[in-house]
Design a protein around this ligand. Structure first.
Ligand code: PMP
Length: 388
């Protein structure tokens, strides 16, 4: 069991936003910065050692996903860059040779993808897959029907939504795409480190991010399918790094830290963590429904074991958040509008919430070591605030 006490994680319920860097990742980061700070693309001996480390880490990441060819791993600065680049790539596929193809996208993608779709796949080039507001899930039958129309050139469905925590039937959709020979992408940022990596690497474009795993900020990755699309993938341009797929000096310390965090996830027992944390989360939700009259979103579908998205019956979420913060609890308003300001959340709108309700939403997301006392403390704090 890791000792995270020095990080001040007691009462931290915002793991879907970021996780503290685990000690193994911090050690790997520092060791890499100390011993391999040279530019891996330079030609002297020390830079060669940095390059070898980079390629070893690429191979190790490929192994985690049971990928034979490490060149299918592209290191990036994080999931925002990766998602932006995948959508731009799909937009290029959709317009190559004047082709009029459509890209299917779930309506609950992270903004790093949704905004890229608005920019690069305007109008009829993107078809949005709806969700069922009770389960929070897309329907693979809709994907099959759209593919049958013959003009779908790529599909993207998030693996686990960051706001509701609802898991999507990505493996089923991937199979439909593979059978039709269509590229499939999944943003697996919230999935990796919480569930098995099984099948993720099998022929898909996959987005991952280091800091959600306890690997620190500044590194992410894209897995490419073994069969390249007609249009070559690239993220940033202007240099030969990452086999020509992403220009820019590699952030080797952050990549090493991300791998250290992945290694740790592999070693720790995900199933028992999932059982323990989901039981604590379910108890918390039952008490909040009973004693505070909250509504829980996405309960009808399979969810991440750490996430609870609740609609409070009164007062703006920012007030609750500030009072919880005074009591030592860190939660989130989700990506929703706060206090009636900001853009409405597309995810919450798809879950059937109106603008006013979105302002009463709190997202609570635990970590693998969140203790029962913290969950009880959080519900006690919410009840005491409600009586103020
Ligand atoms: N996708 C999902 C599902 C996310 O939760 C996040 C982070 N909130 C991102 C993408 C963006 O990740 P990063 O911070 O690595 O850019």
């Amino acid at each position: 069991m890791l000792d995270l006490s020095e990080f001040g994680v007691e009462g931290y319920f915002d793991y879907n936003a970021t996780a503290p860097m685990i000690p193994e990742a911090r050690a790997a980061w520092w060791e890499t910065e100390r011993r391999h700070w040279q530019n891996p693309s330079s030609l002297y001996r020390e830079a060669g050692a940095a390059k070898r480390l980079l390629e070893d880490l690429r191979e190790e990441l490929a192994d985690f996903f049971e990928i034979d060819d490490p060149e299918r791993v592209v290191f990036t600065s994080g999931a925002t860059e990766t998602n932006n680049a995948v959508i731009r790539h799909f937009a290029e596929i959709a317009t190559t040779d004047g082709e009029r193809g459509r890209v299917l996208i779930s309506c609950i993608e992270h903004p790093s993808e949704a905004a890229a779709v608005a920019k690069w796949l305007p109008g009829k080039k993107a078809h949005f897959l709806d969700i069922d507001p009770l389960t929070g899930m897309i329907d693979p039958c809709e994907v099959a029907e759209e593919i049958a129309r013959g003009d779908v050139v790529a599909v993207s469905v998030i693996a686990a939504n960051n706001e509701t925590g609802v898991l999507q039937p990505w493996a089923e959709v991937a199979t439909l795409c593979h059978e039709a020979g269509i590229p499939f992408h999944t943003d697996a940022v919230q999935w990796i480190g919480r569930f098995s990596l099984d099948k993720l690497g099998a022929g898909n474009y996959v987005t991952g991010s280091g800091h959600k795993l306890g690997g620190g900020k500044g590194a992410g990755f894209l897995l490419l399918p073994e069969k390249e699309a007609r249009v070559p993938f690239h993220s940033l341009i202007g240099g030969p790094q990452e086999n020509g797929r992403r220009a820019g000096t590699e952030n080797l310390p952050a990549i090493a830290a991300m791998l250290a965090a992945l290694r740790n996830q592999e070693e720790s027992s995900l199933e028992s963590v999932a059982r323990q944390q989901s039981a604590l989360r379910d108890e918390f939700e039952a008490r909040m429904v009973r004693e505070l009259g909250v509504r829980v979103l996405g309960q009808g579908g399979p969810r991440l074991w750490n996430t609870s998205l609740i609609v409070l019956s009164q007062e703006k979420n920012v007030k609750w958040l500030a009072r919880l913060s005074q009591r030592g609890y860190a939660v989130s308003t989700g990506s929703a509008c706060s206090a009636g300001r900001g853009n409405p959340s597309a995810v919450m709108a798809a879950m059937g919430l109106d603008y006013e309700e979105m302002g009463r939403v709190l997202r609570i997301s635990s970590g693998p070591q969140t203790k029962a006392e913290e969950w009880v403390g959080l519900s006690d704090a919410l009840l005491s605030i409600s009586r103020e």
